[in-house]
Design a protein around this ligand. Structure first.
Ligand code: NIG
Ligand code: FE
Length: 385
């Protein structure tokens, strides 16, 4: 992760949607291109691969934001019936068309901020119909937008009011109805669970991951956001592609990730917004593990889909180097979406998904001069957006 290979004064050749060549301008030999983009003084990077978002949602939650400023915690708000249940009520009362339009606007914005591949979760439906509605919206986004979209079923995101006193019945519904239906309609690639105190425990998580796997859904879980109690081990046991959040980590969690193929994913904008600890990136990376960075874009804990901010925050607050942060936000993010062979780096044969920056002195300038937009152009599948 410490090494970010780069070429100064370089060319890059795209054929249709594919990177076909690159190298030093000194070595360029009678190249005849249809279109030339002059990037003098600029940098060309792979687009960001945002492997964890909840970009499909309805309305917003500014009131909870104000309530937290006035002293309530994220947990207090959830216990009052706010939080995820608040978003679920809004979403249940929103038409599929309206939900699509609201979500499409956000997707447009994040593409302009350099995101070229994105994972999107369900989880604000909490009923069979509303979860399917969310996943159909994700499917339509996938069809209408040029960027790569991966879909995740996060049916076990919170315990709906009606199941307050019978969580097992809700987990049964997820296992016996939602997972089979979603798998049958091929609406998701991944299965996710919010494994947390007050949400879903280790046993619920195991049951859901197992059922998901049996239906061809690969696990990716929310774990260790507020409490560390062994969820990372469950993720590894079920061969999760990624374990996400990890604000609270103990040594057992680090150890269990070694010799696994599971990618740890940090979401620093969530830590920033909720004022909770940052994922201990140094401890993770210095233990020889990889790390990916993603936004967690959602209305409750992270109302921002800006990967540039994520990278800055990772450098400033988590002591990641610019090289580590950029690798975490590109190639490692692509791995965490199962698309590493076609996305996440400038490699011959991979998709031509590229960021062209404004004129900047170095790539470290991007996280350094935080809060500013350093992107001039975004290219997706070889097309300038
Ligand atoms: O990843 N932690 C669980 N889910 C989201 C937040 C959900 C919400 O508050 O709406 C997250 O932070
Ligand atoms: Fe999340």
């Amino acid at each position: 992760m410490k090494i970010l290979p780069s070429i100064k004064n370089a060319y890059l050749l795209i054929d249709h949607d594919t990177i076909v060549d690159y190298g030093s301008m000194d070595d360029i030999q009678n190249l005849d291109a249809d279109q030339v983009i002059d990037a003098t003084g600029k940098m060309v990077l792979p687009t960001w691969c945002d492997s964890h978002t909840h970009i499909v949602y309805s309305g917003n939650r500014e009131q909870e934001f104000v309530d937290r400023i006035n002293g309530l915690s994220y947990e207090d708000i959830a216990n009052r019936g706010g939080g995820i249940l608040n978003s679920a009520e809004k979403l249940q009362n929103t038409s599929e068309e309206d939900l699509y339009q609201q979500s499409a606007k956000r997707l447009q914005k994040v593409i302009k901020l350099g995101t070229g591949a994105i994972e999107i979760k369900s989880g604000y439906g909490l009923t069979v119909d509303a979860e399917l509605k969310m996943l159909r919206v994700i499917k339509r986004l996938k069809k209408e937008f040029p960027l790569k979209v991966r879909a995740t079923l996060l049916a076990a995101h919170a315990i709906p009011k009606e199941y307050k006193n019978d969580k097992t019945a809700f987990v049964d519904l997820v296992i016996n109805k939602m997972i089979p239906e979603v798998a049958k309609e091929q609406l998701a690639n991944y299965i996710d669970v919010f494994c947390e105190k007050g949400y879903f425990d280790l046993e619920d998580t195991e049951r859901i991951l197992k059922a998901g796997k049996e239906h061809g859904l690969i696990p990716k879980i929310h774990v260790n956001q507020f409490n560390a109690f062994g969820g990372v081990g469950v993720g590894v046991k079920y061969e999760a592609l990624s374990v996400d959040h990890l604000e609270e980590m103990n040594i057992e969690d680090i150890d269990v990730l070694k010799n696994s193929a599971t990618m740890p994913v940090a979401l620093p904008s969530c830590s920033y917004f909720l004022s909770i600890p940052y994922t201990p990136a140094r401890q993770i990376i210095d233990a020889g593990l990889p790390l990916a960075l993603a936004t967690d874009y959602n209305p409750g804990s992270t109302p921002s889909g800006n990967m540039n901010f994520v990278i800055s925050t990772a450098c400033i607050k988590m002591k990641m180097t610019p090289e580590e942060a950029i690798n975490a936000a590109t190639i490692n993010g692509a791995y965490a979406m199962g698309i590493g062979t076609m996305y996440g780096s400038i490699t011959k044969g991979k998709k031509a998904n590229l960021i062209i920056t404004k004129e900047i002195p170095s790539y470290a300038f991007m996280p350094y001069a935080f809060g500013e937009n350093h992107i001039d152009n975004v290219i997706i599948n070889g097309q300038i957006i």
